[in-house]
Write a protein that binds this ligand. Sequence first.
Ligand code: FAD
Length: 258
Amino acid sequence: NTEDSWRPFNMSRVYMADLESTLHYSLRVELAAHTIIRGEALVSLKKYTSVLTKYFPGRPVVMNLLRSMNCWLQNQTGDEILYEALKKILDNSALSPNTALPEGVRWVGCQGSQPHLRRYPCGVWTLFHVLTVQAKNVGGTDPQEVLRAMRSYVRSFFGCRPCAGHFENMARESMNEVNTLSSAVLWLWSRHNRVNNRLAGDLSEDPNFPKIQWPSPEMCPACHTVKNNGDHRWHNEQVLPFLLSYFSSGSILTDYLE
Ligand code: FAD
């Protein structure tokens, strides 16, 4: 049973259970809405899978599955694939030793106080932050590689279509100014805060998890400065190391994994 009782968790940590649940939902539920994946969507899926294979800081079993999926996908030279064929790879690998993506979701840090709150969209943000930070920490070469992959995944597949439209607008506006791996991390953080700002007080807000300009002063006192006139300013020199540590592979908790 994956939807059982509340799992106690630390609100200022990242959980692998949320990241694996996000991959499960993305690969087995969200993609499954597309019987045939072709053209731009197929290109998006290949980029997304390639970035996951390179930067997802997963357990060896999960990495083996991502690698086998990536290998299969990059070998598809036609203009379209059937989702069913991809699903065979996702499921068949249960036959290969040490290759699997756990079935079902076990939300932890992304639990919501009601079934329609938080969960997958929370997991997607968490996954994206982790990927930008991992690209920086392991020394990716292309500063926009991860952002481009997530932008096109969202455009082609993200189930919340208004969200995809809003994200595309933000990306079109300023993503091409990102020219280092650090600025990619900061770009995603600041756009996420813009979304938080827009959604504060909205029906989609979980009353137990209010939308704030993140991280709070309690989580990162050094990230905040107050100007002489009382206005708030982010201290970006402090925000970057905070994000690099908060989302780093070594800080991810493995509680509640299957
Ligand atoms: P989330 O905003 O999902 O954040 C998840 C976790 O990330 C938080 O709990 C916190 O630990 C951390 N976090 C919060 N802010 C930041 C930050 N700035 N940087 C790094 N980490 C942070 N919903 C809409 O109604 N309209 C939209 O237009 C919309 N657009 C979206 C676009 C994208 C790409 C995504 C992934 C989601 C979008 N959503 C949108 C969903 C919405 O942003 C939230 O994901 C959802 O409401 C759940 O909110 P949450 O409280 O779990 O926190």
